[in-house]
Design a protein around this ligand. Sequence first.
Ligand code: NAD
Length: 241
Amino acid sequence: MKIMINGAKGRMGQAVASAAAEMGLTVTAAVDVGDDIAAALARSEAVVDFSSHTATRSLLELAVAQRKPVVLGTTGHSAEEKKYLLALAGEIPCVWAGNFSVGVNLVFALTRRASAILGSDYDAEVLEMHHRFKKDAPSGTASRLLEIILEERKLDAKALRHGREGITGERKPTEVGIHAIRGGDVVGDHTVIFAALGERVELTHKASDRGIFARGALRAAQWVVTQKPGVYDMQDVLGLK
Ligand code: NAD
C-alpha cells in the first residue's frame, strides 16, 4: 500500500515512517510545511496525517477532490472547527482518532463502562501529562475520555472544569474536572479518577513509545482503504463497538 505522510518532519511523522518500514508499507510521499500536497496525494493510496489543526481543512478538501482515504491523528481542533471538518471528512473514508493505541482504546471502553456502573456518586476527574513541546491542551485523548463521561452522565461541555484556582466552593456532583500537566519528554499519560466517599477507582494508561500510535495509524490506513465513505474511529478499526 502506498502511503503519504503529512507532517512528516515531526515527531509522529518520523515514527510513522519507521513503523511503515517495519510493516512493509511504502511511503510514497513524506510531506511537511510548504510541500506540494496535491501532487503527493495523487501518487498515494491513503494519507496518514499528524501535522497541525490549521492544516486539516485544506488536507481534507484535497482528499475529497481526489477521493483518497485519510487517517487523521492531528488534535487541537475547536468544537466549531470539528463540526465543519466532520462533515467534510464524511465524504471520504476517514479514520479520525485522538489516540491510535490499542491500550488507550481499551481504556475508552472501560471508562464508558465504569461511568455507567459507578454513576454520579463517584466524582470523575481526568488527568493528562505530555512532553513540554505539546502545543494543545487538553490532549485529544483526554478530550475523548471527557466526551465519554459526559455522554454517560448526560451532561454537556458546561460541566467541564479546566483546572481549579481560588475560592472555587465545594465540588458539585455534576462537575467533571480536567487537568493538563506538561513537562520533559513524557509521550502521553492519562488517568481517569472516579472518587466516592470511602473509595476511589483509577484507570491509567502510560505510553512510553510513539511507535504504538504510528503502528495503530498504519493499521487504520490498511483498514480504511476498504471502507465506504464515512468517519470512523479506532474502536471501529479494532472491532470494539
Ligand atoms: P510536531 O510538532 O513534532 O510535528 C508536526 C509536524 O507537522 C511538523 O513537522 C510541522 O512542520 C508539520 N506541519 C505543520 N503544519 C503543517 C502543514 N500545514 N502542512 C504540512 N505539515 C505541517 O508534532 P507531533 O508531536 O508529531 O504531533 C502532531 C499532531 O499529532 C499533534 O496534533 C498531536 O497532538 C497529534 N498526536 C496524535 C496522536 C494520536 O494517536 N492521534 C498521537 C501523538 C500525537
